[in-house]
Design a protein around this ligand. Structure first.
Ligand code: ATP
Ligand code: MG
Length: 293
């Protein structure tokens, strides 16, 4: 592999940063962010990590200051709407920072449908996404741009509605707001530049391979148990995502076998109860660090 540098842009601190560092560190990067540290150089894949605000990441990748970046899909969407001639591409989804961009309105107010937003003022930090949504629904409303504390806007009567990111909905509830419409579903993604060199592409592919091995392993479990031979077929019905199990002979037992399987979905207590109900014993559920297909 060539030894060109791989330049990665990450959010310095916020909802994306913890997940980004955790994922990369599981791929052996050993990133230790500290307060006034904006650049981390590492020997692993000869890479450097630029720690910046999430809003700047799509622009840095588009202008090739960084080769790739980890950002929310909603941030990419906002950037693309403002920069239609961009060269960005979403390389892969990363399975964390799930949230949605939604329009929310006061619980006891008059706004009950999208059409009711006509002539109203909507506060948001994502004006391009909101403008795009309103245009598609033929609604003329005033957009008030705020860079934070958007939920406050209806309370202090500077807006009738808001358009903001929601995950659990608890913040909306605290502010007596209710979701009217989801306009964009988002999670963390890796973005790259379509024009990157073949050398950089090779490095990106290696990084993506490592990340996907960790992501795939996250929800998978390695399960070992003892069971009656006749019940092996039933195991596949009980264990989600279980492919051909390995069946091993147990010394000194005619009827019982040991079964080893990889289950690709979460194993919960009710799954364990079902396994016990078909006579499984000595059940071990182990985490998997990496899965390479
Ligand atoms: P910065 O200082 O980097 O500009 P910020 O305040 O704009 O930070 P965050 O609140 O950290 O940004 O959100 C960054 C991204 O994380 C959002 O664009 C979105 O993709 C995702 N995100 C935001 N809120 C949540 C949430 N509650 N749960 C999960 N993901 C979220
Ligand atoms: Mg931001």
């Amino acid at each position: 592999m060539s030894d060109c540098k791989l330049k990665v842009a990450l959010q310095k601190s916020g909802k994306l940063s913890e997940g980004s560092f955790e994922l990369l560190n599981k791929c052996s990067f050993k990133l230790r962010p500290s307060k006034n540290h904006y650049l981390i150089e590492t020997k692993e894949l000869n890479s450097s990590f630029l720690l910046i605000r999430d809003d700047d990441i799509p622009g840095f990748v588009d202008s090739e200051v960084s080769d790739i970046g980890i950002v929310g899909e909603n941030g990419v969407f906002e950037y693309i709407l403002d920069n239609p001639k961009h060269n960005l591409e979403v390389i892969t989804k990363l399975g964390f920072a799930h949230c949605r961009l939604s329009i929310a309105v006061p619980q006891d107010g008059q706004i009950k449908s999208i059409q009711d937003l006509h002539g109203k003022t909507i506060a948001t930090s994502y004006p391009a996404s909101l403008r795009d949504f309103l245009a598609k629904h033929n609604v003329q409303a005033k957009i008030l741009v705020m860079h934070g504390s958007v939920e406050l806007a209806p309370k202090i009567a500077i807006a009738d509605a808001i358009c903001d990111l929601v995950s659990t909905g608890a913040t909306l509830k605290e502010n007596k707001l209710v979701e009217l419409e989801v306009i964009f579903e988002s999670e963390a993604v890796i973005i790259g530049n379509k024009n990157c060199s073949a050398e950089v592409k090779e490095k990106i592919n290696e990084l993506i391979f490592r990340l996907q091995s960790v992501i795939e392993a996250k929800d998978s479990k390695y399960i070992m148990l003892h069971i009656d031979k006749s019940q092996v077929g039933k195991l596949q019905e009980i264990l989600p995502g279980c492919e051909s199990p390995t069946v091993l002979y147990l010394h000194g037992s005619e009827d019982k076998v040991a079964v080893h399987v990889v289950s690709k979905e979460g194993i919960f207590w009710d799954t364990i109860s079902k396994l016990k109900s078909i006579g499984a014993t000595s059940i071990l559920v182990l985490p998997i660090e990496k899965m390479m297909s």
